[in-house]
Design a binder for this molecule. Structure first.
Ligand SMILES: NC(=O)c1ccc[n+]([C@@H]2O[C@H](COP(=O)([O-])OP(=O)(O)OC[C@H]3O[C@@H](n4cnc5c(N)ncnc54)[C@H](OP(=O)(O)O)[C@@H]3O)[C@@H](O)[C@H]2O)c1
Length: 350
């Protein structure tokens, strides 16, 4: 397919400096991108919307699990439309909505990716919600389904208003898992939200445990999910029942996880880390991994999953968008929009 002549030339974002505390406009640049010839098994995709994830911000501070050398094109998650397919790609029509998985480098108007890194999406879905499906809903799904939570046990999680937290809550409700949501400020509790909420604005571990016990009584608290690290890890550990499991999956506090030997030695609390990319890569999870996205697409279709959006910026305003995404107390996610996502029809309410 030839490119529509009315579209401006594609642009791409590059990270050029990972020195912490620099203004965002000195860390990233936008440059014109050249359209390269397509390979036989490649697909040219036009990005509709791309999420700014904590993982992107961590990578820009050299604090992530994978660190490309400079300059690099950032972006782990987004939704796109097929613009052109290589000679050996027969199953993706032009115009098909797709989710690039594991491709990386998505903050661009157009990308050439291998066919196998694309998942076909329904055309009728909200593009912004589809753009946010790859990382956080999948993380919530795996944490709930594959971290050893037994039927009838309570689940506890912090940063409950984060995107992962929203998905954990929606999935737990859908699956009938009893859940306690912890946030750090009362305003983060959604208006009219049901369920159990606790505000930890500096409680010590003992005080948090007392609040949890008032809700759970004698029922077991089997799993705690920690997005923060620092002292929050100890607080969650204290709230678990004996033999419970604590999974650290985020490092939002920027501090090393603290946990006392009493919980580890005498109460048998088990601590482990979790990274979705690593989980997908482990051979033992191959079958379970194949089931994640079909399940999430079905749940999205049913309206079970919905992540709040704070604002959508044009790719050209990437520095402004990054500054916004790095701010606390957001209502939801900050996203970027490529040239192919400029029409409301292409990109939901964006
Ligand atoms: N391990 C994995 O595979 C994996 C996958 C996906 C995400 N994650 C991690 O999951 C975490 C959440 O990601 P997200 O995209 O859902 O985040 P998000 O939507 O950007 O939300 C960030 C949340 O963190 C809270 N927060 C930030 N710093 C905090 C602190 N020091 N103490 C307490 N709360 C704090 C914010 O609260 P306020 O609203 O009060 O500011 C907000 O609720 C991140 O650490 C991310 O890297 C991990």
């Amino acid at each position: 397919m030839s490119q529509p002549s009315t579209l401006p030339a594609p642009r791409v974002v590059e990270v050029i400096d990972t020195t912490p505390d620099q203004p965002w406009q000195q860390r990233v640049r936008l440059r014109p991108d050249e359209r390269q010839p397509i390979g036989a098994q490649q697909v040219r995709i036009g990005m509709l919307a791309m999420t700014i994830l904590p993982a992107d911000l961590l990578q820009m501070q050299q604090r992530y699990g994978v660190q490309p050398s400079l300059p690099y094109v950032p972006g782990h998650e987004g939704v796109a439309v097929v613009l052109e397919t290589g000679a050996e790609v027969g199953d993706l029509p032009v115009g098909q909505r797709v989710m690039p998985l594991g491709a990386g480098g998505l903050w661009a108007d157009e990308r050439l990716v291998h066919r196998r890194s694309l998942l076909a999406l329904p055309a009728e879905g909200d593009a912004l919600q589809q753009a946010m499906l790859a990382a956080n809903p999948a993380t919530a799904w795996v944490l709930l389904k594959h971290m050893g939570l037994a039927p009838g046990q309570w689940l506890l999680h912090n940063a409950a208003n984060s995107a992962v937290g929203q998905c954990i809550r929606q999935l737990a409700e859908h699956l009938g898992i009893p859940l306690i949501n912890i946030v750090r400020r009362p305003q983060a509790i959604p208006a009219g939200a049901g369920g159990h909420w606790l505000v930890d604005d500096g409680l010590d571990a003992h005080a948090l445990r007392q609040h949890v016990l008032q809700i759970t009584g004698t029922q077991p608290v089997g799993l705690a999910l920690d997005a923060l690290g620092g002292t929050a890890t100890q607080s969650l550990a204290a709230c678990l029942s004996e033999g419970g499991r604590l999974v650290v999956y985020g490092l939002l506090s920027g501090q090393a996880s603290q946990i006392g030997p009493h919980d580890l030695v005498f109460r048998g609390i088990e601590v482990r880390g979790f990274w979705l990319a690593r989980w997908f890569g482990e051979a033992a999870n191959r079958q379970a991994g194949r089931e994640v996205y079909p399940a999430l697409l079905e749940l999205a279709r049913q309206g079970v999953l919905h992540i709040e959006v704070e604002q959508v910026y044009d790719l050209g305003d990437v520095a402004l968008a990054l500054a916004h995404a790095a701010q606390p107390q957001r209502r939801g996610k900050v996203l970027l929009r490529g040239i192919h996502g400029r029409t409301p029809a292409a990109c939901g309410a964006a």
